[in-house]
Design a protein around this ligand. Structure first.
Ligand SMILES: [Zn+2]
Length: 90
């Protein structure tokens, strides 16, 4: 794992990737998946989730990605898809 683990003995056996966090934040991740269950009770993941949301806000405001990760791009596409679904033609 390339993840930097700073908390020793936090009881987290491998946090899911950002991709899962993104889908979790968009309610696209079924609640009965191991990843969703993990995120729901992992403080570290909740923090990453918050950071992800913050990055998305900055991105929307500035029009540029805070960092060029493919993950963020996919999150953004996901958000737009959601927007179009709930508000098809405006
Ligand atoms: Zn975690």
């Amino acid at each position: 794992m390339a993840d930097k683990v700073g908390l020793a003995g936090s009881g987290t056996a491998g946090c899911p990737r950002e991709e899962f966090l993104a889908r979790f934040s968009m309610d696209e991740l079924p609640a009965d998946t191991p990843e969703a269950r993990h995120i729901a009770r992992c403080p570290e993941c909740r923090q990453r989730l918050a950071a992800l949301a913050e990055a998305m806000r900055l991105w929307e405001r500035n029009g540029v990605p805070p960092c060029d990760t493919a993950v963020l791009k996919r999150i953004r596409e996901g958000f737009h898809r959601k927007l179009h679904e709930s508000d098809p033609d405006r």
